[in-house]
Structure formats: structure tokens, C-alpha cells
Design a protein around this ligand. Sequence first.
Ligand code: BGO
Length: 293
Amino acid sequence: MHSSDDKGRFRNIRKKKRLKKRKGKKYYSLKNHSIEHVIGFLGNPNVGKSSLFNELTGSHQHIGNWPGKTVEKKEGHFILADEYFSVIDLPGTYSLSGRSDEEIITEKFIVQERPDLVCVIADAMRLERTLYLALQAFELTDKVAIIVNMIDVAEKHNLEISRKKLASLLGVPVILVSALRDSSLIELKKFIYDAIHTDKYDFHPAKILYSSKIEAIIRKISEQIADRKVLKEYPVRWIAIKLLEGDNWTRSELSKEFDLETLLKTLEEIKEKESINPKVEIAKTKYSGLHTI
Ligand code: BGO
């Protein structure tokens, strides 16, 4: 088992190897930029994620497939202040609660690659709907920033969005941009740089508290699987929530180590006794949290 220090060291070695490869391709010189940061772009379809990705990375793009999947993987980079920012355009997805290829790829990327920053792209005109994904990302990592795109459209409709209020409600850095504006793209690069480097921003993502009944079950499951060997990279709370949502993949992974039968039986009993449907309640609570925005 590696300590977090070891992980950091291995990661730097991995980064250097990647950079050397890029050097071989002649569009990047390791000599000049010895630091690499990994940024994930996450968002619903049609929020302007690809537009921002394209504008930010220009011609420095590589398109392939995610390992073992037919889903396209777009990777690009930009350089700022002599540092290399590798941007991964994650597949567009509406949520992280299902088991589509897009959702699995995104979850794995966040917990296994441990990007320096996950940028959730939201649509200024459909904030509530597009920020739902941010609340799900918060359950996987603290390193999330929100990019509210299409601000030009919001301005045309006289829709005012308070960046400060949004940042304080969500507990993470927020920027308002338009993929159509050059000024936004310059600001966005600096925002990403600052989010990684300075203590200018706080990362205390708003964690959704579910009803006391749901929270009690989450606690119970969490205690039972706290010392797990499987799904080690995934936060224990996230696993408990997945189990409550009835996620089969999490169940089958956990059942490699635990006798889930007893746990699931207890769950069913609680659900019946309390007349609750955890999956529906979890989704409802997340949406009701967003109503305040
Ligand atoms: C078309 N502002 C405005 N006004 N439009 C934007 C912005 C922005 O900030 N950002 C993106 N768009 P994607 P995903 C289109 O394709 O990046 C537009 O799925 C059209 N196409 O130009 O593809 C962007 O990657 C015909 O619009 O989103 C694109 O997240 C007429 O939002 C659309 C009008 O952007 C989706 C627009 C044939």
C-alpha cells in the first residue's frame, strides 16, 4: 500500500514520462516546463464544454478512445507561466448516478487519475439543471471549480448571476465566462492557474445532507465498510450512497470482500419500515439544495 507521499512521487514520475513523450512529438519541451497539471472538464451535453476546451487548447489536441471503451477521449493542453496544463475533455453526461460508459469513465478518471482540478461547466441559462452534476462531483473530490458558461446569453436576457453568492453557496471557486469572448478565455486560464496555485480560493464543496433516516443508513453502511480493501480510492460516503441508490456495480465490487446479503437485507427492512425510497430521496435532496441558487 502506498502512502499519499509515495503516490505524489509516483505521480510526478508518471508526469515526467508523459512529458518526455510529448517532447518526442516536438510540440512540447520538458526543459522549459517541468510542471504538469491535470484538469478535467466535466459537464452536461450542450453547455459549451467542447467550445471552451477547443478555445483553451487550440491545436494542441489529441483524440483517442478511453481504454476499453468506444467513447472518444479528447486531451489537449495550454501553457501558462511556463507550466503545462493538460486538459481532459470528459464525456458529456447529465449525472454520475447511473452506470453508462460516460459515467464510469468520469468517476474512474476523478478517483484514479486524481486531477489537480475538476472544472464543472454549467450553462448560465440552465444553472440548476447543469449544477446537479457538480453536487455529484463534490461527493468524489473537493478539487472542483465551477465555470458558468454562456454568460453572454444570460446578459442578453438580463439574467444576473452573482459569482460571489454562487461561490459561497457551493463552497468552491466560480467564474462566469463566455466561450465566444477572448477576454473570458484569458481570465479562465488565469482562474485555473490560481485555483491550483494560490490560496486565493477555498475548496469546501457544499456536501449535501440527506434526511436523518438516510444519513443514519449512510453512517451504518460506512462503518461496516470503512476498512475495505476493494474500492479503496472511492470515498466511503460515496460508496454508501451508491449502495443506497441500488447501484449494481458497487454491489458486485463490494461483494468480492463482504457478505452483502445481511447488509442489503437490513437495508430492505429499513426501507420498508420507514417507507422511504433512498434513490428518489437522494436525487430530490440534491435538487432541492439547488433550488436555493
Ligand atoms: C452550436 N455563448 C454562446 N452564445 N454560445 C455558446 C457558448 C457561449 O459561451 N459556448 C458554446 N456555445 P458545445 P458541449 C450552434 O453548435 O461546445 C454554443 O456539448 C450551431 N451549430 O457554439 O458543442 C456552441 O461540448 C448552430 O452551438 O457544447 C454550440 O458542452 C447555431 O453552444 C453550442 C447555433 O456548444 C453547444 C449554435 C450547428
